[in-house]
Design a binder for this molecule. Structure first.
Ligand code: GLN
Length: 481
């Protein structure tokens, strides 16, 4: 027990050191962490080789080259991308982000690099003619965006309901499928998607509601050096024509569209082969999270379970409270709390992967703790009494008599918990971990093949779950023998 505790503390200390190390090294060599929303063509998306491209990405790459800094790109939902910057988890964000007065309170923006405005769109064959037709209907909006803010500002006037999405492609799908009747979003982005086959139509192409501009952003008062480099590099690429070239590359009438790889990847096989690397990387990340989560949450859960049957009231109470709290918190709330909330309070970055593993330890560990405690309690009371009357001490009786029997009772619950842990890793896509689910989101934003891509992802999960179940059953049989 002591050894396990020691192991766990060492591991935690290791994690903290790694995360601090990352922060420290960022100070010496300018390698910045920059977040983006990779579901936002033509500004930010993945090309068919799973490279991050788009107007924003090309601008950033070019500026970094000229200004001599490097960066690690972290794709996530727009909302998480901006919050990562305000919570010091990232140094900057480039994501087709509109410069607004409200945001200026918390961000410093670069020179504006692209003009935009808010449009509203409906499905291609919709009968909706004016905003008044939206009364009583549902409008799809993207969490944390200026389009969403605009929709909310006119919501009362036109009497519609709203539903939120984290990525643009899923949102468009919702409107096309008719679950919602309209959406509010950036005009150039909507137009680009429509040009590339999204079955929507823009209702106010000539007069967008709020003319605005996009900027690269850092946290207010922070990262002035990065912002200055961006502005300096931007002025240069604007002057020598590189900027125009980049924009034309994506928006020229003759520009090849981002779904240019569509033709060969509309079959399941085509999608699989053209995204082989992305699927494999995502799968690897999911497995890594699962293995670390299962291993560490089991250790933590066993500790909690043992504490839960302690003779000491205080120890028992502590275990009960920890189990109560972490079993009660939705996993996504916990993940956001650790990834977005905690860093501001403790003053250093927690890499998304580490935040994800800690989330799994706390959440899955609480469930494990509960059934481990239950398993021990289920061992007949008489067993303890018999052991004690034979002269064994409490500790020895526990180790030699109660635990071996309790563990047998728990094995099915452990297997169950392992499978749940695997499935729960998908929730961690919310904090930008590029595991299997997030991989699916990015691929769908590129090829619009939601049905097939999600079917592929589902099958991959089922295969891994089957393998995990086999492995667990095999272990179970061996422990029985
Ligand atoms: N331009 C919008 C905003 O800044 C949307 C950005 C996005 O969805 N990536 O809120």
């Amino acid at each position: 027990m002591k050894r396990i505790l020691l192991l766990l503390t060492t591991f935690m200390a290791g994690l903290v050191m790694v995360s601090q190390g990352l922060t420290a090294s960022a100070d010496t060599t300018p390698n910045y962490v920059i977040t983006t929303d990779a579901t936002y063509p033509p500004f930010d998306f993945q090309d068919k080789n799973n490279q991050y491209v788009g107007i924003d990405q090309d601008i950033l790459k070019e500026i970094a080259k000229r200004e001599g800094f490097t960066y690690t790109l972290k794709p996530m939902s727009f909302n998480a991308a901006t919050q990562s910057v305000t919570s010091d988890q990232a140094d900057g964000v480039i994501a087709g982000m509109s410069i607004t007065d409200e945001r200026r309170q918390v961000f410093d923006f670069s020179t504006p690099y692209y003009k935009s405005g808010i449009a509203w769109a409906v499905s291609k064959d919709s009968k909706v003619k004016s905003l008044d037709d939206l009364r009583g209907k549902t409008v799809a909006i993207k969490t944390g965006t200026s389009g969403a803010n605009y929709a909310l500002s006119v919501q009362k006037k036109y009497g519609f309901k709203v539903t939120y999405f984290n990525d643009s492609e899923t949102l468009y799908r919702d409107v096309i499928n008719g679950n919602s009747v309209a959406t509010f979003g950036d005009l150039p982005v909507l137009q680009y998607s429509i040009k590339n086959g999204t079955q929507l139509k823009v209702m106010n192409p000539k007069d967008p509601f709020e003319a605005g501009e996009y900027g690269f952003a850092v946290k207010k008062g922070g990262n002035a050096k990065l912002l200055a480099s961006f502005d300096k590099g931007f002025a240069e690429i604007k002057k020598d024509g590189t900027y125009d070239k980049i924009v034309n590359k994506y928006l020229d009438a003759s520009a090849s569209t981002f779904t240019g790889n569509k033709a060969n990847s509309t079959t399941v096989w085509g999608i699989l082969t053209s995204n082989k690397k992305a699927f494999l990387d995502g799968l690897f990340e999911t497995i890594l999270l699962t293995v670390m989560g299962i291993f560490l949450a089991s250790i933590w859960g066993i500790i909690l379970g043992i504490m839960g049957i302690s003779q000491n009231k205080f120890v028992r109470g502590t275990a009960t409270t920890i189990i109560y709290i972490f079993r009660g918190l939705p996993m996504m709330v916990l993940a956001f709390f650790i990834y977005i909330g905690l860093p501001t309070a403790i003053g250093f970055k927690i890499p998304a992967f580490v935040a994800g593993v800690i989330t799994l330890i706390l959440n899955e560990g609480a469930y494990t703790g509960a059934f481990v405690r239950g398993g021990f309690e289920a061992v007949e009371r008489g067993q303890m009494e018999a052991a004690r009357s034979l002269g064994l001490s409490y500790g020895v009786a526990m180790r030699k008599v109660i635990m071996p029997q309790g563990i047998k009772i728990m094995v099915p619950s452990f297997i169950n918990q392992f499978i749940i842990t695997l499935k729960d890793t998908s929730i961690l896509s919310a904090i930008g971990i590029l595991e299997l689910t997030q991989t699916g989101t990015l691929i769908v934003s590129r090829n619009s093949q939601g049905f097939k891509v999600w079917a592929i992802i589902a099958v991959i999960y089922l295969v891994v779950i089957t393998l995990l179940t086999w492995l667990s059953n095999w272990v179970e049989k061996r422990t029985k023998a």
